[in-house]
Design a protein around this ligand. Structure first.
Ligand SMILES: [Fe+2]
Ligand SMILES: [Fe+2]
Length: 163
């Protein structure tokens, strides 16, 4: 039931973007956890800022497509109980972008000691976790709003603010 051909065409496009974003996020997470041993802390900072800027660019593009393409609204029209869920997801888009902006500025401004690097790595891991949860719910909405009733309920806030 998770095959793309059973999903709205725009939904399939969005899900492909989710896969690509996940790959990018995992790559950055891996870089934070296992930075190249022969690179100085300054070089690591420069490299990770470039990766984060790329992610920020792709994410902004992805979010604006989600906001504009109308698939969420279409899903809500079919299953009104998804409405609160969709509102929450749309509200999170600018929050994710500003978190990334903050992280990029912090890495650029900070004297990157090993301790500071570890702190930023943790921060990024929390960001990644929250983003994956966000995208996962969207994938479920795509599935449920257009195809299968999975019993999805969004009566409590997503875990983004709980970590
Ligand atoms: Fe989204
Ligand atoms: Fe998304």
């Amino acid at each position: 039931m998770s095959h793309d051909e059973h999903i709205h065409p725009i939904g399939a496009h969005i899900q492909r973007q989710h896969h690509e974003l996940q790959r990018l996020v995992r790559g950055i997470g891996h870089f934070f956890m296992h930075p190249p041993v022969d690179a100085s802390l300054d070089d690591r900072s420069t490299q990770v800022c470039e990766m984060l800027a790329q992610l920020r660019h792709n994410l902004a593009d992805h979010f604006s497509q989600e906001d504009d393409c109308g698939f969420m609204e279409e899903a809500v029209a079919r299953l009104p109980r998804l409405g609160s869920c969709v509102l929450m997801l749309e509200k999170q888009h600018p929050e994710f972008l500003s978190e990334l902006d903050h992280l990029i500025l912090s890495v650029k401004a900070e004297q990157m000691t090993a301790e500071a690097w570890g702190r930023r790595a943790d921060e990024f891991a929390r960001f990644a976790q929250a983003l994956f949860e966000h995208e996962d719910i969207e994938n479920q909405i795509l599935q449920e709003g257009f195809n299968d009733d999975l019993g999805l309920e969004c009566d409590k806030p997503l875990t983004k603010d709980e970590t």
